[in-house]
Design a binder for this molecule. Structure first.
Ligand code: SAM
Length: 159
């Protein structure tokens, strides 16, 4: 079980790209085991080179190569709109998080008018994300829309 107020032991970045956020995480939690997952070989190759102290896997959100309840804190940035099966990805993150662990999801979203114009972009709908979090087994979802950056940040606790 993840302990509130304690630094995380294990931090997972889903869709980590070149590991940019894990390198930042290292500054906050130097003792934590850092793990990145991304389906793009090239991204992981660069991530390994730039972040030698972290573990990286070529895989996707929908099939995380990690044991059940093995992670205290998970996050994902600018990746969710790429996932082929977002609900499956959320269920996988719930599976690998310990009870009480937090998942922070930040991704782009387009208000309805714009998403009708820019059709090729799989826009996230903030209320649909909250509902998907709930269905996947996260509770107490907090959500903020960052209007200037067209980002929506959703936080869920694994229950
Ligand atoms: C715009 S990059 C963001 C990278 C990094 N999170 C960041 O903020 O710098 C999106 C990443 O999502 C990854 N991605 C695509 N489909 C994915 C999936 N199904 N599961 C996890 N990651 C995926 C891509 O390979 C890519 O590296």
């Amino acid at each position: 079980m993840a302990e509130k107020g304690q630094p995380p032991n294990t931090v997972l970045d889903v869709g980590c790209g070149t590991g940019r956020l894990l390198r930042k995480a290292r500054k906050y939690w130097p003792e934590a085991q850092l793990i990145g997952v991304d389906p793009a070989d090239g991204m992981i190759e660069n991530a390994r080179r730039l972040t030698p102290y972290a573990k990286f896997y070529v895989s996707q959100a929908e099939s995380l190569p990690l044991p059940d309840e093995s992670v205290n804190l998970a996050f994902s940035t600018a990746s969710f709109h790429h996932w082929q099966d977002q609900e499956k990805g959320l269920r996988e993150i719930k599976r690998v998080l310990q009870i009480g662990g937090l998942f922070f999801l930040a991704d782009f979203w387009l208000p309805l008018g714009l998403s009708k114009i820019i059709r090729h972009f799989q826009s996230n709908n903030p209320s649909a994300i909250r509902e998907a979090f709930r269905r996947a087994g996260f509770r107490g979802q907090d959500q903020r829309r960052l209007w200037t950056l067209w980002q929506v940040v959703t936080v869920g606790e694994r229950c």
